[in-house]
Design a protein around this ligand. Structure first.
Ligand code: SAJ
Length: 425
């Protein structure tokens, strides 16, 4: 199949890099977003998201006219839906953006077109939700138009490279649809492209993130066990991972972001009777912020009027994304217990923190505090000169939830350092 014009609905973390990638490879791309702020930023040469290398990339294709952004859908050979699938209520998938995007395609859908859903969605969404909406066009799915599911699997911070190099799975509602999807993505994908059914591709995506969530949950449980038995979990995991068939992930203050902490719920929602382990893992990871707050209470006692300097608010190292971040949850909980929290997040200095205040630099955050609480292993924190750290702060108490600093080194400098997963408090 030949693709001269492609529409991408949703210009977020996935839609925008994908749109730019097709445009860079010479396809005429129409990017569509319902948020005027996103379009305004793009038209003014700014980005509403932070991703290394993306700004220059987007500039280039907008300036040469290969990427045009609008708040409406344009007739195209292929339509890609890359909108969010957030939660509503009790961890249920909100498919309203997916449904609205599909409805917006209906008036433009023509014979021979391809529609691809990229948004992470509960199993069977393509067949059960998209087919009936798109068939309102009077065209038959799989015959008059083709329909596939192809999940994004790129890692924030490395999106541009992973979009091209990662293996890509394309699940069609029939084999013609899967083949058409393969023809589309091979425009820029250099990794292997695997075709399968739409339901398989939907499951693959959620399975990958669920596997990671369960692995992190077991690491978090190991960290609690290590504390109980007086073992350093970081050392124990390092040694266990020398086994050729073991790869335990890292414990930490919790699992955030818009993927790993969200996607397993799609399984739980779709089949509660079959997801005991997945649910338990979610509960372990979701309880980590409370665990960290509890540790801080054990160190400082009653938190009323205590000053706490929080280093890092992002959901993981070296990104500016604060969505579902456990660090924010921890700040809120500490503040509600009466602590004065000053947070320093080098990737989002101007973040509008509801509880606590933002510091504009490390020195301001730690100069007058009762405890330094490290929640994100940003490189900037990792590489800090520990002598400088000592000189910048009035406190000598540190709680490190991400194993960022060397304990003996800090102790030599006179710090009293507590680490998650090292000793029971
Ligand atoms: N985390 C830990 N311990 C670890 C690794 C991560 O506590 O050992 C925490 C992080 O701090 C963070 C959360 O887990 O809060 C998620 O971070 P992540 O790096 O594991 O994953 P994401 O959410 O940035 O990206 C994941 C990736 N999925 C997998 O690696 C299976 C990515 O490839 C997906 O494209 C992305 O989800 C997505 O969009 O679904």
């Amino acid at each position: 199949m030949n693709f001269e014009k492609i529409s991408i609905l949703g210009l977020g973390y996935i839609g925008l890099p994908t749109a730019s990638m097709f445009a860079y490879h010479g396809v005429q791309v129409y990017g569509m977003d319902v948020n005027p702020k996103v379009l305004e930023a793009l038209n003014q040469g700014r980005l509403h998201i932070h991703e290394p290398g993306l700004l220059e990339f987007v500039h280039n294709v907008i300036n040469n006219g290969k990427l045009v952004v609008n708040d409406f859908v344009c007739p195209s050979d292929a339509f890609i839906i890359a909108v969010p699938t957030p939660f509503y209520g009790e961890k249920l998938a909100d498919l309203s953006y997916v449904k609205n995007a599909a409805e917006a395609i209906v008036p433009h859908l023509k014979k021979g077109n391809l529609v691809v859903l990229e948004s992470t969605s509960p199993p069977l969404t393509t067949q059960n939700i998209l087919v009936p909406i798109l068939e309102k066009s009077g065209l038959k799915a799989g015959e008059d138009f083709l329909l596939a599911y192809s999940p994004e699997r790129v890692l924030p911070g490395q999106i541009l490279r992973e979009l091209v190099e990662n293996a890509r799975v394309i699940g069609g509602i029939n084999s013609e649809s899967a083949q058409a999807g393969k023809d589309l993505y091979k425009i820029f994908v250099k990794g292997e492209i695997i075709t399968t059914t739409a339901a398989t591709a939907e499951m693959v995506k959620i399975m990958e993130n669920t596997y990671r969530d369960v692995n992190i949950a077991i690491a978090n449980e190991f960290s609690r066990l290590s504390e109980r038995f007086g073992v350093d979990v970081w050392e124990a995991i390092k040694i266990a991972n020398l086994h050729p068939r073991v790869n335990i992930l890292n414990p930490g203050p919790g699992v955030g972001g818009h993927c790993i902490s969200v996607d397993p719920w799609f399984f739980v929602e779709s089949a509660p009777d079959l997801t005991k382990l997945i649910l338990a893992a979610r509960q372990v990871n979701d309880s980590q912020p409370d665990f960290v707050v509890n540790q801080v209470e054990k160190i400082l006692g009653n938190l009323q009027n205590k000053k706490i300097a929080v280093l890092g608010l992002a959901y993981k190292p070296d990104v500016d994304d604060l969505r579902e971040s456990p660090a924010i949850d921890i700040v809120t909980k500490l503040s509600k217990l009466g602590a004065f929290v000053t947070a320093f997040e080098p990737f989002k200095l101007d973040f509008d923190l509801k509880y606590g205040q933002m510091a504009q630099n490390l020195g301001d955050a730690i100069k007058e505090t009762d405890l330094i609480l490290v929640l994100v292993a940003h490189s900037e924190f990792k590489n800090i000169d520990l002598v400088k750290l000592k000189n910048l702060s009035n406190t000598n108490v540190i709680y490190d939830a991400v194993n960022i600093w060397d304990k003996p080194k800090l102790e030599d400098l006179g710090f009293q350092i507590f680490k998650l997963g090292v000793s029971e408090l």
